[in-house]
Write a protein that binds this ligand. Structure first.
Ligand code: F6P
Length: 549
């Protein structure tokens, strides 16, 4: 791995700051982290940052002080400061959709001012939050009654993408704070199994469905919402009046919500300046609020806000999301590491990697710049991961000894929410050990010194020199979760500014949706498939399997 060439990506001539980094990468490439640490013994303390309750150790990246200086120069050259100002100023930074991206207003305190088209949106944000809190209070307190007069025991969020991944992730992450007598379920997939399994043991008269969809047109969500409606009506003998007691909606599309049959009183709105994957702190978080209560939800928003303030004001070299974003660019574009493994050593964060996949890859998986010209370098890396220590007994082998370079983000908490025996000591020992092993490895001489037979030595060598970040927080509170999510949101934004892309659109999801619509009638057999020979053959095969030749 150490003789892996510097990527074309880095050597392609671009801007002065980019070219300086490419030249610098050629100097860094032959250096091992062992040598980098030996030459700079104080880096473990120096290359660390503490903000908004998050301690980031980034010293185990293959960087020097010069690398950091050059990366900050790249950010300045890319106009990151102006980009941040534009986003916070409510400019239409989502250029291809002509929209602001003002998710930061969702967690602003009541007195703050964030304007879109000259109008302060913060009062409206708090208006919705207050309505959500009142509703959550009624449901949690048992005042909200179902059709037969029973209180709500089960809450089913129906949504997909940003209308699902954030709510699921937050529910799992904050389960410790949740009301254990409420059952929370999440239905996203258009595969009927998702809906059927989620509802099979629920009593309709104790169940509340939250139909969460920014557009209220998404095929999967509307199909599941109609299935839920039919399921409820079947239980209530077709009595349509029952729907008002068992369905609420979260959307920006009041007309479509009304057309579905949900009254405006039962709708919680948000705005087109909230991207789906940036919406877990909007009304899309209604299920989260129902689970953990309004106070904890507001604490989560405060955590988001604290990180927002830091991002807005800290100098780039002491700015957590800026640094993480820049280190991501360094690993991705200059050191040839095309993927990032997100490895939370916290079982409650088991859905965090999945959440980050949409946040990072739907945002930065782009091939053209905001002005439509080819981007000319690699953009968003592939994000993936699993909680530790489980991953250690699965794919870590490839990270340690495989031929691919993988950057790792370790996430850990000093305190467990479930202290039990030696578990947390072991968990923390493991996460710290993994970063150490990846960076420093084990040389052939060290392996030999253990008496290993010569033929086995190569198998037992750990090359090391694998970059990682370690994020250490005190404990997984709602505020900590908010800060953590905001950290990644702004790190994604930083990277988009460097690559010059629009991180707030997602045109890449459209073609598949369009083709699927075309294929639906072709599967039924009434319409002849009219595609390429492979697609036609697959459609015919499905027809044969289903007896609809
Ligand atoms: O997958 C595309 C997408 O538009 C996501 O960006 C979004 O989070 C998801 O679909 C769901 O959209 P909606 O909330 O409008 O149903």
């Amino acid at each position: 791995m150490s003789d892996m060439p510097v990527t074309e990506n880095a050597s392609a001539s671009r801007s002065p700051a980019w070219n300086a980094l490419a030249a610098h990468a050629r100097e860094i490439e032959p250096l091992h982290l062992r040598a980098i640490f030996a030459a700079d013994p104080g880096r473990g303390d120096r290359l660390a940052l503490d903000a908004a309750g998050i301690y980031l150790d980034y010293s185990k990246n293959r960087i020097t002080d010069e690398t950091l200086r050059l990366l900050v120069a790249l950010a300045e050259e890319a106009g990151l400061r102006a980009r941040i100002d534009a986003m916070f100023g409510g400019d239409k930074v989502n250029v291809s959709e002509g929209r602001a991206a003002l998710h930061i207003a969702l967690r602003a305190p009541p007195g703050a001012v964030f304007e879109v088209d000259g109008k302060n949106v913060v009062p409206a944000v708090h208006g919705v939050l207050d309505r959500m809190a009142a509703f959550a209070g009624r449901v949690r307190g048992g005042a909200w009654r179902g059709h037969t007069g029973k209180p709500i025991r089960n809450i089913v969020n129906i949504g997909i993408g940003g209308s699902d991944l954030g709510p699921v992730m937050a529910y799992e992450a904050l389960r410790h704070y949740s009301r254990r007598d409420l059952v929370l379920r999440f239905v996203s997939n258009v595969d009927a199994t998702d809906f059927v399994e989620a509802t099979r043991d629920l009593a309709a008269d104790e169940t509340l469905f939250i139909v969460s969809s920014k557009t209220f047109t998404t095929q999967e969500t509307m199909t599941n919402a109609h299935a839920a409606r039919d399921w409820a009506l079947a239980a209530f003998g077709g009595n349509e009046t029952a729907i008002a007691k068992h369905f609420v909606a979260v959307s920006t599309n009041a007309e479509a919500v009304a057309a579905f049959g949900i009254a405006t009183d039962n709708m919680f709105g948000f705005w087109d300046w909230v991207g789906g994957r940036y919406s877990m702190d909007s009304a899309i978080g209604l299920s989260t609020m129902l689970a953990i209560g309004p106070e904890h939800f507001r604490a989560m928003l405060a955590g988001f806000h604290e990180l927002d303030l830091h991002f807005r004001s800290a100098p780039f070299e002491r700015n957590l999301p800026v640094l993480m974003g820049l280190l991501g660019v360094w690993n991705n574009n200059f050191l040839g590491a095309p993927t990032v493994a997100v490895l939370p050593y916290e079982q409650y964060l088991k859905r965090f990697p999945a959440y980050l996949q949409q946040l990072t890859m739907e945002s930065n998986g782009k091939h053209v710049r905001a002005d439509g010209t080819p981007v000319g370098c690699e953009t968003g890396p592939v994000y993936w991961g699993e909680p530790g220590t489980n991953g250690q007994h699965s794919f870590y082998q490839l990270i340690h000894q495989g031929t691919r370079r993988i950057a790792c983000d370790f996430i850990a908490f000093g305190q467990s929410l479930n202290p039990l025996g030696v578990h947390h000591d072991l968990l923390l020992a493991n996460v710290i050990a993994q970063g150490e092993a990846l960076a420093f490895g084990k040389t052939a001489d060290e392996v030999r010194a253990e008496g290993t037979p010569e033929w086995l030595v190569p198998h037992r060598v750990f090359e090391g020199n694998r970059p990682s970040n370690t994020l250490l927080l005190d404990r997984l509170t709602p505020a900590a979760l908010g800060s953590l999510v905001a950290l990644y949101e702004h790190s994604v934004f930083t990277q988009a500014a460097i690559w010059g892309i629009d991180p707030f659109d997602q045109w890449g999801v459209e073609l598949g949706k369009l083709l699927a619509k075309r294929i639906v009638p072709e599967l039924g057999g009434g319409t002849a498939p009219a595609h390429d020979s492979s697609t036609n053959a697959l459609i015919r095969r499905v027809r044969a399997l289903r007896g609809t030749r």
